[in-house]
Write a protein that binds this ligand. Structure first.
Ligand SMILES: *Cc1c(COP(=O)(O)O)cnc(C)c1O
Length: 426
């Protein structure tokens, strides 16, 4: 069934470290060989053996409208006829900036980059330059890309592979990152009190998605905002995952808490490599060429990527989010039923179209410790069962499903029915 993929992995292992260009793709934590894909159409993915899957990952979030979305594809095609890059200003950059500013409540000015990692790295440099302070507070289990300062108790691939502290990150860099507990404001206050006048920023995934989905408790984000004001540091919301995904204005709109800087990625590129960071004009004008903090990019604001991104952002209206919510709620309800009927030990966290099913004995997962207590072996079996039934899930317990508007009622039925079989056969 997976013969060609198995062979393809053997070959890629010879020339690519670990056979993949991003660790979680290797399927290590689900204990099987990775699938090699050939094409995506709507809600479906097709591998090189000709197997068809209903996709519940959406390339880790970007594909709100599913694969090969016709508007995105024609935006890319039309643009490519005029060339692919000029390394000089274009009108589309101003247009996408205006669109982002209209959509994201706290952003008045925005800089485009090429990945989420680049956005977060640049955001903390800006925060440090602006405040003239050095320490960054981050949360255990939050992932902000692979910048040195963030690979300390990080989630996502780093967590999946059990490399919370990567070799190559120097002690000197690590000492400027302090770790607090997600959903525990007092752990932040403690660090702020011990490091008066030297904390540049608190960076947080407002809805954590890289230890599996973990929602913020009531008032957690508001407390962070209040502390950042009182201690004169900046609050950075890393909305690379949640931006344009949980609502048009991201988690900050959903929870009504406005950060000083927001980082964006994933959806913003409509499937092409894009990131961005933005905030109020006073902070953003601290960037070169207007201000002293340097940050640049040869392909930043690339016209193909801007056109792809804009074609998606333009269509993110209330209807889109209603559709996503309906689809996701149906899947959630079906899974909850299946968990009961099969007497499985599992809980599900969900915000809109982001969702994680955790295999755990406890009745909630609300922080990193809870997440670490999950049964990852069981997840591995569940993942494989679902894969064999034609449902593609994230290949790790510590990631989210991302649903797209391309999922039909038939797809949803099949996902729910397969979930029941997969749970029964654990
Ligand atoms: C995916 C992600 C990143 C990193 O983005 P890349 O484009 O993979 O570099 C950063 N922060 C969060 C919250 C993410 O989910």
């Amino acid at each position: 069934m997976y013969k060609k993929s198995i062979q393809a992995f053997k070959e890629s292992l010879e020339v690519i470290p670990g056979g993949v260009n991003s660790p979680v793709r290797a399927f290590k934590s689900v204990k099987c060989d990775p699938i090699f894909f050939e094409k995506g159409l709507g809600s479906k993915l097709y591998d090189i053996d000709g197997n068809e899957y209903i996709d519940c990952v959406s390339s880790w979030g970007p594909l709100i409208f599913g694969h090969s979305d016709s508007e995105t594809i024609s935006a890319i095609n039309l643009c490519s006829e005029q060339g692919t890059t000029y390394g000089a200003p274009t009108l589309i950059e101003t247009e996408i900036a205006k669109t982002i500013i209209d959509m994201v409540p706290s952003i008045e000015s925005v800089r485009m980059v090429n990945s989420g990692t680049e956005a977060t790295m640049s955001a903390i440099r800006l925060a440090r330059g602006y405040t003239n302070k050095e320490i960054i507070i981050k949360f255990a289990g939050n992932y902000h890309g692979h910048g040195d300062s963030f690979l300390i108790k990080a989630g996502s691939g780093a967590l999946t592979l059990g490399l919370p502290d990567s070799p190559g990150v120097t002690k000197n860099i690590a000492k400027d990152t302090m770790i607090a507990r997600f959903n525990d404001a007092s752990s932040v206050e403690e660090i702020l009190n011990k490091n008066t006048d030297n904390v540049a920023a608190i960076i947080v995934e407002p809805i954590a998605g890289n230890m599996g989905l973990v929602t913020p408790n009531y008032d957690f984000l508001k407390s962070l905002k209040e502390m950042s004001v009182r201690h004169q540091c900046l609050l950075i919301f890393d909305e690379v995952m949640t931006g344009f995904r949980v609502s048009a204005g991201g988690a900050q709109e959903l929870y009504n808490v406005l950060p000083d800087i927001t980082t964006l990625g994933k959806v913003i590129g409509g499937g092409l490599p894009v990131g961005a960071y933005g905030g109020n004009k006073k902070i953003m004008n601290f960037l070169a060429p207007k201000g002293p903090v340097y940050q640049a990019g040869t392909l930043s604001g690339n016209p193909l990527a801007m056109n792809a991104g804009l074609s998606v952002l333009k269509r993110l209206n209330l209807n889109t989010f209603k559709t996503l919510e309906n689809i996701s709620a149906k899947i959630y309800d079906g899974f909850i039923n299946n968990i009961k009927e099969t007497d499985s030990k599992a809980v599900i966290n969900r915000v809109g179209s982001m969702m994680t099913l955790f295999f755990t004995e406890s009745n909630s997962v609300s922080n990193f410790d809870d997440a670490l207590n999950c049964d990852t072996d069981k997840y591995a079996k569940y993942f494989k069962n679902m894969l064999d039934l034609g449902i593609y899930l994230p290949p790790s317990q510590y990631e989210c499903c991302f649903f797209s508007t391309a999922l039909s009622d038939g797809d949803i039925d099949k996902i729910i029915k397969s979930n029941k079989i997969a749970l029964k056969n654990l």
